[in-house]
Structure formats: structure tokens, C-alpha cells
Design a protein around this ligand. Structure first.
Ligand code: PLP
Length: 373
């Protein structure tokens, strides 16, 4: 749903197709360069596309040779494959942060063969002692986490936290499934992904272009050497039931956008636009009375607003809808409903900096008035 002059759609993180200059997309539909490629694209993706991707990702501290990059239709599909794969550590249990990306929480709920453990993610990150205890005692196969631009918190893990998590994962033979869906589209100074800091040891990298190029449906993964063949065999299996690699037209379009620098230009436009929105909203949220409503983070499209326990989240959402402002509850971001912290998620994907001046004062006023009732 599009945000119009009188309605504000902050419930969804999917950007509008037009947020990427469509002229670039149209130019890149000239497929002449690829007439020599076979339609038989197999489980990895077209090799010239993965080669280009390998070169471009270096600018984002993501290093992998082309033959180690596997194109996919998105992160969710890879996480599903990870659940089904047998890992060299011979374990079945999964660890997930709470709150987390609601679609992945749902995916884990449907994987009944795996026991799922949770760990609280706060604005500061994790309690690393608790993390170590879980790694030590619970036979964890992999830990799925979103280190930067967290959905729904809008926070990123500090360098110290990232280094320690990697050290613990390597010590206790736990794989880290690093969901880096936004990559460096939002600039964080001196940020390096877990994949870079770990040298790829015990780290599965999950990247996506969903937020920058919503119409391509392309993601990619980089597996540690010992998981590669297991992953390929699993993808072979999954391809019996449906498509797994992106259509050739999406792959070639991505290659053209990478090679003519359009992706970089578009990313920079998005970065600037996002920075403008975040500067605008900081003016409001910094002075919110934290005991009534507190704003979680300023990284990427998402943030959470934690409401005083006296305020009903459902009522808050309903009242905002009456004012044509749409947001969502974070309930589905918790694997265990009883851990739900009475918070809601807001997204910047579909609203403008101007809309922030119209909506953010209402977010505060309404919480204060429901609190006072
Ligand atoms: C944490 C996280 N991971 C992954 C995705 C989507 O990735 P994909 O479309 O590649 O599955 C999103 C989309 O919002 C997300 O928030």
C-alpha cells in the first residue's frame, strides 16, 4: 500500500518499486550481452553475474570468489535450506534472537524437527555470558542473527560484540547465519560484517537485494568450504519442488546494474534519503518520555517503539489507524509470545521526511493520552 497525502504506511518495510530510478532498470533490460549464456542456470546462478558480484561486494567488506557465491531468490529460502541440511557439527538445535525478523520466526516455528532456543536482543546487543552458556550446553547447529540494521530494532551490534560472538561460535563449533539483508545501504562508520571479521570461518553469509531492487527477487549466500557441497545437494533436492535460483532476466539485469554503476548510484540516493528521514525523526524521538514510549534505534528502515505496559498495543494500533497511520505489533517477532515486550514496529520505507513531521508527534501524543487514561 502506497503512502498518500492522507495515509501513512509505516507497517511495511517493502520500498516502492519507483524508489529505484526505473530508467536504470529499463536500460538494463538490454540483454544482448547475455545471448551467449545458457538458460540452464543450475543451482549457482550465471557465472559472469557471480563474478561481477564478487568484484562489487569487495567495496562492502564482503570477500568471496565468484565460485563461492550462490545466487538465490532471497534469504528466506536459504534459511529453509539451512534448517534441512545436515551440518558437520551433527546437531539439530537452532538459536534465534528475540525479537527477530517475523517471517523467519514463523519459518522456524514450522520446522518441528529442530528445537529452537532464543536469546534476548536488546539495544546493547546480547548478554554474552548467556550466549556462551547456550553455546556450551544446548548443542546449537546454527545461530540466526541480523547483526546490523536489525529488524525490528533498528540497531547494530558493536565491534566488541561481533568479535566475541565470532570467538564463541568458533570455540563451540556453532555456525553463525549472518542475515545482512540491507548490507551497507545504510552507512555505519567502520562497520565490518561477521563474515569479514571471521574470515568466513563458521559464518554463513546471507545477502539480499530485496530492499534496493525490489523487483529482482535476488539474494545470495556464501558458505564455508565444508558446507558448500552439503548446500548444493540440498538445493538440488529443493529444485525438484520449485524454483530456487532467480530467473535469468533478474540475474542479467543485476549484472548490468552492477557493471554500469547504476546500483551504486541508486544505493547512494537511498542512503541520503534515509539519512534525511532519520535526522528528521531524531528531533522528536530523542525527547520522548522513555517510561511511556521509547524508540529503539536509528539504523536502516526499521525501529521499535516500546510502550508502557499500561498501554494496549492493539488499542494504540487501532487508534492510529483512525488517524490513517499504519504500524504493526512486534508480537510475531517473538518466538515465545510470553516474551513479547509490548512494542510496535515502524518503518521508513514508504514515508517521506515530510511525513515524519506529520506522524511522529501523533505517535507520542496518542501514547501519552492512552497512558493518562
Ligand atoms: C532481517 C531481514 N532479512 C531478510 C529480509 C528479506 O530478504 P529476502 O527478500 O531476500 O528473503 C528482510 C526484509 O525485510 C529482513 O528484514
Amino acid at each position: 500500500m502506497e503512502t498518500t497525502n492522507d495515509s501513512f504506511h509505516m507497517e511495511s518495510g517493502n520500498p516502492m518499486v519507483g524508489s529505484f530510478p526505473l530508467s536504470y532498470a529499463k536500460q538494463s533490460l538490454a540483454l544482448d550481452e547475455y545471448h551467449f549464456e545458457s538458460l540452464d542456470i543450475g543451482y549457482k546462478g550465471v557465472s559472469s553475474v557471480t563474478q561481477l558480484l564478487s568484484d562489487c561486494l569487495k567495496d562492502s567488506y564482503i570477500y568471496a570468489q565468484a565460485n563461492r557465491i550462490h545466487l538465490t531468490m532471497g534469504i528466506q529460502g536459504v534459511v529453509h535450506a539451512l534448517c534441512e541440511m545436515s551440518f558437520p557439527n551433527q546437531r539439530k538445535n537452532i538459536l534465534i534472537e528475540e525479537p527477530s525478523y517475523a517471517f523467519i520466526v514463523d519459518l522456524f516455528k514450522s520446522h518441528t524437527e529442530s528445537k529452537v532456543f532464543t536469546i534476548q536482543r536488546t539495544i546493547e546487543g546480547f548478554d554474552l555470558k548467556e550466549l556462551e552458556e547456550i553455546f556450551q550446553t544446548q548443542e546449537i547447529k546454527f545461530f540466526y542473527l541480523v547483526p546490523r540494521n536489525h529488524n525490528p530494532l533498528g540497531t547494530s551490534l558493536s565491534y566488541q560484540q561481533r568479535k566475541k560472538i565470532i570467538a564463541l561460535a568458533q570455540e563451540y563449533d556453532v555456525y553463525l547465519a549472518e542475515d545482512d539483508y540491507f548490507m551497507d545501504t545504510f552507512h555505519i562508520r567502520n562497520y565490518e560484517p561477521l563474515h569479514y571479521l571471521s574470515g568466513g570461518d563458521h559464518c554463513i553469509f546471507l545477502g539480499s537485494f530485496t530492499k534496493i531492487l525490489p523487483y529482482l527477487c535476488i539474494g545470495f549466500t556464501i558458505m564455508p568450504a565444508e558446507l558448500r557441497q552439503i548446500y548444493i545437494d540440498k538445493v538440488d533436492d529443493l529444485m525438484k519442488f520449485g524454483y530456487y535460483t532467480p530467473p535469468l532476466i533478474s540475474q542479467t539485469m543485476l549484472a548490468v546494474l552492477l557493471s554500469n554503476n547504476s546500483l551504486e548510484i541508486s544505493k547512494n540516493l537511498l542512503k541520503r534519503d534515509l539519512q534525511d528521514k532519520i535526522s528528521a525523526l531524531q528531533k522528536y524521538t530523542k525527547y520522548w518520555p522513555a517510561s511511556i514510549l521509547s524508540y529503539s534505534g536509528y539504523h536502516g528502515y526499521y525501529a521499535s517503539i516500546k510502550l508502557h505496559p499500561k498501554i494496549s498495543v492493539d488499542c494504540y494500533i487501532r487508534e492510529l489507524e483512525q488517524r490513517n497511520i499504519y504500524i504493526r505489533s512486534n508480537l510475531e517477532s517473538f518466538y515465545h509470545e510470553e516474551h513479547f515486550d509490548n512494542s510496535v514496529r515502524v518503518s521508513l520505507a514508504k514515508i517521506s521526511a515530510e511525513d515524519i513531521h506529520k506522524t511522529y508527534p501523533i505517535l507520542r501524543e496518542l501514547a501519552e493520552s492512552l497512558y493518562a487514561e
